[in-house]
Design a protein around this ligand. Structure first.
Ligand code: PRP
Ligand code: URA
Length: 207
């Protein structure tokens, strides 16, 4: 299943990302904000558990997200601001890391580093702003499945229809929550209209 956000604030923020005058600092903060909203949409029907808390009028049983069973995994580098944003909402979630780089000629992704906590009985929120050919996301999901993830939810900002379909075909059990699906993939495997290279925009390495 994939779900494109229909939140007007999300659409507004995605268009801030498209504007080349949006400098890296604002670009990262905007990715953080979009990610927090899309994560809220993704977790809307996530199971809750009863917690007993101490309120100003004594003890109370309340329903809370089972944060201990969530693992946030950004695909570095562009996924880093997504992690920073979601950790502001869910500061006690565990995090793991995948560092992948797409070969700009072949669009094949390569894994350079991983540090993934125990995924037994865990739901992973996999964080990557861009789904272009879908190759990086498919490889990331393959890897997390090989580590035993119980469920994987993909959170993304921009996708090309071709890439999103490829991910769905390869991993129909993974739910994709995405801020915006754009028109197409161009001849250089970039998303159009897109926003350019998300890692370069976020970390000021455009030139
Ligand atoms: C970008 C982006 C995705 C990937 C998407 O990362 O952040 O991870 O490309 O392309 P794909 O769907 O065709 O695989 P990149 O490899 O450029 O690394 P970066 O985050 O360090 O910029
Ligand atoms: N990676 C990006 O950052 N942007 C694209 O359009 C494609 C891959």
């Amino acid at each position: 299943m994939y779900k494109e956000s229909n939140n007007v604030v999300v659409k507004h923020l995605v268009n801030r990302l498209r504007d080349v005058r949006t400098a890296s600092n604002e670009f990262r903060m905007t990715i953080e904000e979009i990610s927090r909203i899309v994560a809220s949409e993704a977790l809307n029907d996530y199971p809750t558990v009863t917690h007993n808390i101490n309120t100003w009028q004594g003890s109370l049983d309340v329903q809370m997200i089972e944060v201990q069973k969530l693992v946030l995994v950004p695909i570095l580098r562009a996924g880093e601001p997504m992690l920073t944003g979601i950790l502001k909402t869910l500061p006690y979630a565990k995090s793991g890391f995948l560092a992948m780089k797409r070969d700009e000629e072949t669009a094949e992704s390569k894994l350079f580093y991983e540090n993934i906590p125990n995924l037994e009985d865990k739901t992973v929120l996999l964080l990557d702003p861009m789904v272009a050919t879908g190759g990086s996301l498919i490889d990331g999901i393959d890897y997390l499945k090989s580590k035993g993830a119980k469920r994987i939810i993909s959170l993304n900002v921009l996708g090309a229809p071709e890439g999103v379909k490829k991910v769905q075909d390869a991993h129909p059990d993974v739910d994709i929550f995405i801020a915006q699906i754009d028109e197409r993939l161009d001849e250089n495997n970039y998303i159009r209209p897109g926003l350019g290279d998300a890692g370069d925009r976020a970390f000021n390495t455009n030139d």
